[in-house]
Design a binder for this molecule. Structure first.
Ligand SMILES: [Fe+2]
Ligand SMILES: [Fe+2]
Length: 257
């Protein structure tokens, strides 16, 4: 079975680029299931209720979030009730779910997310320990993990630590696609970062002049999404053997338009 995982969809350009590509890829590649990271979909920060509904209309089965999970207030209208949105399992918070299990043609597919600790909020629990605990509880046919972290070393170590125990470990958060996609020795598909879906010419989604001003002049302008110019669509397709839960292949997609 083929799963499409789309990296952090960022603001207006991310949404239009996603819409232009997702249905065509689904048809051409015979995709069965779509997962998308939506932590930046609403103006770069969080996911509001309207954009949540829009993602479902686009055919997304499960949405993952990240450190920006709760920055749109309207997420509290639905996050505790729905069974298709995950925030990091090791984030200390009272709202939302760290994992969801959904049925697809008689298969139990679990999607979960962890957040890193290195160069991120130290209050987060260990992604390693919390994943170990979760996997002891699960009885699913396919398990997909979004590892939302800054440090490449933390993500790579996480990949090896759980190789063979899940179907795929897919990195998000840095918004830059890495060239290390592969199936690890024990059958887990892995990539350090899937990349973002949004502006090509911003600084990971934000207008570049604002960020340059920050570094050059210690500027404090508000982060504003880059909503014009070229865009990029970044994703991976994972092919999974339904009987063994292991990945057969992982392929990256990066479309610039
Ligand atoms: Fe992000
Ligand atoms: Fe993030």
């Amino acid at each position: 079975m083929k799963i499409l995982f789309v990296g952090d969809i960022f603001s207006k350009l991310g949404r239009s680029c996603f819409e232009r590509n997702v249905k065509r890829i689904k048809n051409e590649q015979k995709i069965n299931f779509i997962i998308a990271n939506g932590e930046n979909i609403s103006h770069g920060k969080g996911m509001n209720e309207g954009h949540y509904k829009w993602l479902l209309e686009q055919g997304v089965n499960v949405i993952t979030l990240g450190n920006h999970a709760f920055q749109q207030k309207s997420i509290f209208n639905f996050i505790d009730e729905v069974n298709n949105v995950v925030r990091p399992i090791n984030m200390v918070c009272e709202h939302g779910k760290g994992y969801v299990t959904v049925n697809y043609n008689g298969l139990k597919i679990t999607v979960f997310q962890v957040i890193g600790k290195v160069l991120m909020d130290e209050a987060n629990l260990s992604p390693f320990t919390e994943t170990k605990k979760l996997l002891e509880e699960l009885d699913s046919d396919i398990i997909i993990c979004d590892v939302h972290a800054e440090a490449t070393s933390e993500k790579i170590a996480f990949g090896y630590a759980f190789d063979g125990k899940v179907s795929a470990i897919l990195g998000t958060h840095t918004h830059v696609q890495t060239s290390d996609a592969r199936v690890l020795e024990n059958g887990t598909a892995y990539i350090t970062d899937v990349g973002m879906t949004g502006a090509l010419d911003g600084v990971i989604g934000v207008q570049k002049d604002i960020i340059i001003d920050r570094y050059l002049n210690d500027g404090r302008q508000k982060f504003t999404p880059e909503d014009s110019g070229k865009s990029q669509f970044c994703a991976v397709i994972i092919d999974i053997d339904e009987k063994t839960m292991k990945a057969k292949a992982i392929e990256t997609i990066r479309i610039i338009e």
